[in-house]
Design a protein around this ligand. Structure first.
Ligand SMILES: [Zn+2]
Length: 102
């Protein structure tokens, strides 16, 4: 084997053992939920999305959280924060409640 390629393989092994070197900036995955329903999870610049209805209400879901758990070592700090999305939804509901009281 060419010595240059051997050097790259050795470097790749070292990089793979140091996940802090990697960051996923964009991602598209399918997650098979219960009942064999497949949902598409995407990540773009730290923003998650999922095709399930729960995500559109709450800003996170079991599919996104499963991917976050699996990929935590290689996600940006922003992409790791599932609770931020939930807090964001709570703030929206507070604003909607306040608006309905007026
Ligand atoms: Zn989902």
């Amino acid at each position: 084997m060419h010595s240059d390629l051997i050097g790259k393989i050795e470097k790749a092994r070292r990089y793979a053992q140091e996940p802090e070197r990697l960051e996923i900036n964009e991602l598209k995955m399918s997650v098979r939920g219960d009942n064999d329903t497949t949902h598409n999870v995407t990540l773009n610049d730290g923003h998650w999305d999922c095709t399930c209805s729960f995500f559109h209400t709450w800003g996170t879901c079991a599919h996104v959280m499963a991917v976050q758990r699996l990929l935590t070592p290689v996600l940006t700090p922003k992409a790791r924060e599932a609770d931020l999305a939930i807090d964001y939804q709570r703030e929206l509901y507070k604003e909607e409640e306040a608006a309905s009281l007026v």
